[in-house]
Write a protein that binds this ligand. Structure first.
Ligand SMILES: Nc1ncnc2c1ncn2[C@@H]1O[C@H](COP(=O)(O)OP(=O)(O)OP(=O)(O)O)[C@@H](O)[C@H]1O
Ligand SMILES: [Mg+2]
Length: 297
């Protein structure tokens, strides 16, 4: 896959504080990448650098192989952390206004605004002023603004925060659809189970650096795997195996921590030598568990 967006060695300080300390990663066309990390890790600063709101001290932001310019950014959609809409403006005009800023003609902008407001669960409310909406509904408007010109790159800073489960589902669906249509998507979130469900890849940042990046599968191989095995025997068949530690035994079988270099087939064969094996599976743990292991390590 070719990288549509490419960040190379972004560095930035605010006074003495190093906010970005060499951030490099990319987002391919049609790819959804989740940016995760604790408060203050550098997610928003990275996104601001992509959008040109902040000029990093060093490093490059490239789009389709060239240095990103304002013309490219016209085709980007951004949902800023600080949000930024007009409180007194009607939703339809608000969304259409941003569509026009991104080059849509008046009629097309209004039609697109109505379409996206409907899509995000605000049908029938297009004439209301923003200030009359609840927090989560204002957020949906902010999403409509980011999506209305069908951007090639979406940069969404915590787009799921504050949304109800229905809105989470419709936004997830919209993101998948946009990715299928070829858009590159980067979003930040603290809701790791969502990130896990939606993203092809995750980038974990901490103190302005990348702790880890890759698919869940790729991240997992950095840690010893946990293997659950149930074999019909009362004997301890596992603890003498090289690279294997018994982490627990209960009616579900034994839970083994297996070093990365160990071939699981040797564990399986050792189990089968003792009796019939009726369960043999990796307990992979989700992104949340991986994240905890990484940020604590
Ligand atoms: N304008 C600014 N002036 C000074 N320091 C800043 C500024 N913006 C960000 N920082 C600092 O830079 C670091 C990275 O902040 P950033 O907002 O990128 O974190 P984040 O990963 O988005 O965190 P959160 O999950 O809380 O949104 C933090 O230490 C923050 O205090
Ligand atoms: Mg932030």
């Amino acid at each position: 896959m070719s990288l549509a967006l490419e960040l190379t060695d972004l560095r930035h300080r605010f006074g003495d504080l190093v906010a970005l300390d060499g951030i490099s990663f990319g987002v391919g066309e049609g790819e959804i990448v989740g940016l995760v990390g604790r408060n203050g890790a550098g997610k928003t600063t990275t996104m601001r650098a992509i959008m040109g709101i902040l000029r990093p001290d060093r490093g490059a932001v490239r789009w389709l192989g060239h240095e990103v310019g304002e013309g490219d950014r016209m085709r980007f959609g951004y949902m800023p952390e600080e949000r930024g809409l007009y409180a007194q403006m009607a939703l339809r005009h608000q969304v259409a206004y941003f569509a026009r800023l991104h080059g849509l003609e008046r009629e097309a902008a209004l039609a697109a605004a109505d379409g996206w407001l409907d899509r995000l669960g605000l049908s029938g409310r297009a004439d209301e002023r923003l200030v009359a909406l609840s927090h989560g509904n204002q957020q949906r408007v902010q999403l409509a603004v980011a999506l209305v010109h069908e951007p090639r790159l979406l940069v969404l800073d915590e787009p799921f925060a504050g949304l109800d489960p229905e809105a989470v589902d419709s936004l997830s669906e919209v993101l998948r659809e946009r990715a299928l249509a070829g858009a590159a998507i980067l979003f930040s979130s603290h809701q790791l189970e969502l990130v896990e469900r939606i993203c092809r890849r995750v980038v974990i940042v901490d103190a302005g650096r990348i702790l880890a990046a890759g698919t869940l599968r790729e991240l997992r191989v950095r840690f010893p795997a946990q293997l659950r095995v149930r074999v019909d025997t009362d004997e301890d068949w596992a603890s003498a195996l090289p690279g294997v530690t018994v982490a627990g035994v209960d009616e579900e079988g034994v839970l083994l921590v297996v070093d990365p270099g160990v071939d699981p087939q040797t564990v399986l064969r050792a189990a089968q030598a003792r009796g019939p094996v009726d369960h043999f599976a990796f307990e992979t743990g989700g992104l949340l568990e991986l994240y905890r292991r990484m940020v604590s390590g």
